[in-house]
Design a protein around this ligand. Structure first.
Ligand SMILES: Cc1cc2nc3c(=O)[nH]c(=O)nc-3n(C[C@H](O)[C@H](O)[C@H](O)COP(=O)(O)O)c2cc1C
Length: 354
């Protein structure tokens, strides 16, 4: 193994690919610092942008951590494509970790070293990740699905870790999940602060700040233009948070028809107390497997966040080890064979280089 040097453009391409990883509400908390240590080794530091915290919806930083873990896995995949290896040295809780010396809003999450693999490993392609080709095809699809063919679901089941996943594809099972999700959504929708926070990450029309760079825009949510405009003006006209009590977000984001159209439900489990790097890796790699099977998916975090559904679904775990539900995906075939990718921040905003 030898030390590595990367140009600014190579670093921008790497972080751009790493940031294709999914993040909660597309807040994209991951920032990357590149530096060279005393021995000349290229070191990467992962930070979490605290301006993007979901204080109401994610007070314990569970989804923030999973999103950061997914971005770290994204960086690992991007580096492997270049014949480089990322070794994780330390993973920290951003609630307790030091801030970046210059940017106080960036809290340190991980430190890693980048190595070049020997030429022999690169020549045989042994270093590349077989999920890399799906990074730029994966997308959260929130509309109604077309049915999958059974071999697609079978292929997906075969590709996943049987101890950490369960695929349900009986119509009665899918109906049950739709019912559970409905119950969990109505319990969680009583949390007004979470609803208001979600609305801050919704972008209705291209004139909304961030429409082309983060959050959930009309295209990502599958809102027709007319619905987006009506929703925007309803919110604009409201001077009090009373508008949220009318269930506007519930109407906008009613997942029942999409769940009922799915061909399968994928429940992902993580070892109880698993760190964020592990959770993010399981979530991201499983989602890439879904893409590899020619399927589309959308997470339904509400089923993992609601204590009642979390407990009911945890009972279904397939491993004897203590596990908890990481997330639940609805899965099917999207009507369009190629989906436009969800927007991301420009890579220049993701990186500090010293
Ligand atoms: C921890 C986590 C939780 C998520 N929960 C939900 C969810 O409950 N509902 C949903 O529609 N999308 C959910 N997502 C998907 C993100 O909104 C999505 O990844 C993000 O908007 C980026 O879009 P993309 O995945 O299409 O690139 C979640 C993603 C992560 C990482």
């Amino acid at each position: 193994m030898s030390s590595v040097q990367l140009t600014r453009n190579q670093i921008l391409a790497l972080v751009s690919e790493a940031n294709r990883a999914p993040s909660v509400h597309n807040v994209q908390p991951a920032r990357f610092g590149f530096t060279t240590d005393d021995q000349g080794n290229l070191t990467v530091l992962l930070y979490s942008d605290q301006n993007r915290r979901l204080l109401a919806g994610d007070p314990l930083r569970h989804d923030e951590g999973t999103s950061l873990g997914a971005a770290w896995e994204g960086l690992r995949i991007a580096l492997a494509r270049q014949g480089l290896m990322l070794e994780l040295l330390e993973w920290l809780d951003p609630g307790l970790s030091p801030a970046h010396p210059i940017y106080a809003d960036l809290k340190q999450v991980a430190t890693g070293k980048i190595f070049t693999l020997p030429e022999s490993a690169r020549a045989t392609g042994a270093s590349s990740d077989d999920l890399a080709e799906f990074v730029f095809k994966r997308k959260a699809y929130r509309g109604k699905f077309k049915p999958a063919i059974p071999s697609q679901i079978h292929g997906l089941v075969e590709s996943l870790d049987a101890k950490a996943s369960l695929v349900l594809n009986e119509p009665s099972e899918i109906k049950d999940i739709a019912r559970l999700a409905g119950g969990a959504t109505s319990r969680l929708s009583k949390h007004l602060a979470t609803q208001i926070e979600l609305l801050q990450w919704l972008r209705f029309t291209p004139s909304d700040k961030g429409y082309y760079e983060d959050g959930l825009n009309a295209e990502a949510m599958g809102f027709p233009k007319s619905v987006a405009l009506i929703a925007k003006s309803a919110l604009h006209l409201s001077t009090k948070p009373g508008i949220f009590k009318t269930g506007l977000t519930g109407v906008l984001i009613d997942e029942t028809p999409a769940i009922k159209s799915s061909s399968a439900i994928l429940i992902l489990f993580a070892p109880l107390g698993a760190d964020a790097a592990t959770r993010g890796r399981i979530l991201y790699r499983s989602w890439l497997e879904v893409t590899r099977a020619g399927l589309s998916a959308c997470p339904m975090s509400v089923l993992a966040d609601d204590p009642q559904t979390q407990a009911a679904l945890s009972e279904m775990k397939t491993s004897s080890e203590p596990m908890q539900v990481l997330t639940v995906f609805r899965i099917g075939v999207s009507p369009e064979p190629v989906l436009p990718l969800t927007v991301r921040l420009q890579p220049e905003k993701l990186v500090t280089i010293s």
